[in-house]
Design a protein around this ligand. Sequence first.
Ligand code: GDG
Length: 744
Amino acid sequence: MNHKRLIIASNRLPFTVEEDDKGDLKLKASAGGLVTGLSAYLDSLQHSSFTEGNEYVWLGWPGASISDEHKEHIKQIAESQFNAYPVFMEEETMDAFYHGFCNKTIWPLFHYFPTYVVYEKESWESYKEVNEHFCETIMEILRPDDILWIHDYHLMLLPRLIRQRMPEVSIGFFLHIPFPSYELFRLLPKKWAVEILQGLLGADVIGFHTHDYTQYFLRSTLRLLGYENNMGKMFIDHRLVKADTFPMGIDFYRFNNAVSSTETQMEREKLQKILSGFKTIVSVDRLDYSKGLLNRLEGYKLFLENNPQWHGKVTLLLVVVPSRIGVDRYQAIKTKIDQMVGNINGAYSTLNWVPINYKYGQVPFHQLVALYSVSDVALITPLRDGMNLVSKEYVASRKDMTGVLILSELAGASKELGEAILINPNDREEIAASIKEALEMPVEDQQNRLERMQQRLKNYDVVKWASEFIQELDYIKDERRKFQTKILDKRATAKMLDEFEKAKHCIFFLDYDGTLVPFSGDPKKATPPRELLDLLHDLSKINKVDIVIISGRERSILQQWLGDLNINFVAEHGVWIKEKGKDWRLLRHASSEWKKDVLSLLKHYVDKVPGSFLEEKEYSVSWHFRKADPEQAADVARELTDLLLQYTANTDAQIIQGRKVIEIRNAGIDKGKAALYFLSKKNYDFVLAIGDDRTDEDFFRSLSAQAWTVKVGMTHSNARSNVMSYKDVRNLLNMLKDRARGEV
Ligand code: GDG
């Protein structure tokens, strides 16, 4: 039996393949924020009902190119030691991809360094190639019941690639870095930007660290793809997709408990010898321009300049962890850091004091915790940071409830750690002043701030972060299932056809736009194709069937496009009616006295919102904004609705919001009432009503439960069933036509 499995895909596996002295390949565990965090979650799964045994697989690149003869062996040890499944890739390809598009295009752009961004077609191609290769490898193991959780900016095209291959599988994506504002994101060539968004939207849930990043993503999606959202939910290709915020936490007790461990205590003693009573400020980061190391040093320098009373009493423990070695830009910052540390130490050191203790290299875990726990202050000043786990780890390691965190307001973590001293990393003076404030902060104040921050970190730790993400995926899956039960599937269709065959008097109410033809950018262009005219013609020949095209369109258009057919029409949502073989007549008396005022108001808005236009009918007016700037139009639509309510207050006009349209028409007129008129004329024993818009809900509601009401599109509706698109509608009508062959 297959269990529900979690498949994690990230660029790198939590280990690196290395050759030992004898030339044998070994796997060496490598740790980073993601690995540590997810490992805590995976451990927690062992104690939960989610998995049985080790039902997860971690998939990614093992950090080296492996020759064909060794691949099988690496696969085996990766599986047995790490539950991992390697994606084999040549080092060269990985290099072009990782150092190319990932770190020369996406990383600087998403961290607000637009001048560092390189736009190279070749590296975009290698990005696509690697994402496709990941897809191929995942497909070797993926099962439809699995949950696939894809991580980070290296694999943004992957969700869609998988979705195309396995449409039903649950896919989550989490972005660990910031998602930039639209103005930055749009700097990417449009084709790439669109492919990236579409790639991400292949997932069911797309997670970000902060509300801002989620909003920026949604805005780009609206601007570039035109998808609107409702609280982060979107219907895309008839699938529910949700963008949401999940601030990544840490394994709080791993740090908190480690403080009192023997290993940490030993490391602390070593450190205390070096520090010999100085107040200590700690700073730990990967070497990266986004981490704001230079401004941090400048801020510290200014602090020393402004505060001679602190000379000889404070030291900065600066740990810089090597990263992306071999990339010029990183090498250049390294050189600058070295120089600046040299300058500051040169200028201020005395025989028994150095202002900066600088380490360039990795530190083992217990040494890291010792560093956090001996330091009175943590100084973390990134220019941009998706989250920044180091700041959280520092807070968790302050077991004695002293210590002050100085944190950049441009790190995602600042949203949760509001009790830290928040600074703007570009403001050296603010950094300098905050160092002084931190060093002189009363212990009680330190304690109060830490208590609140620690509580938050305990409550929303990394296990909670991952569980909430997975829960959201489950929720989307359930929602999808609910829709699936409403989808007009083969069984329901067969039942409908049987009922149709047995029935004596049948009526089909068919909406036009979005139901029989696709929704068009320009309403004038939605003319019926030959194939549709033939289909309607054939249906009209079936004796027992009455067809009613029931539309919001004006009668002249229906007449012009479909008038040759011997069928019934309802125009303007029920104002006009044309029964088979008769002339157009008013079904309900309507007044249009309100039109003049409303028209002049709407004309003003047409001028104000480029791309919007008016559709004037005899008894209604519509303001369409499907071609306008979506954000401007949505705002203006709210304003306009308010004004229209005032303009029409004492008239019998009503305001209806449709899909990218505001329509003003007489109250009391709707498709439902028009449908009831037809139903009162004969004793129909088969009723079919199909529509796609909000206005079609009127007639879905007014029909009895026995009627076959069908909503086009996967949104909530009063209809009994849903179909995906106008193509399904045409298929269905063709099947009905075929079933009635003998009765023409
Ligand atoms: C990305 C985003 C986001 C670092 N040096 C050593 C060491 N570390 C550990 C830290 C921490 C992790 O690595 C670094 O995480 P950060 O969050 O600070 O930064 P990035 O590496 O840039 O991570 C970031 C993160 O993803 C998670 O979503 O927060 O914004 O850029 O856990 O402890 N650990 C040890 N020795 C070191 O020398 N043992």
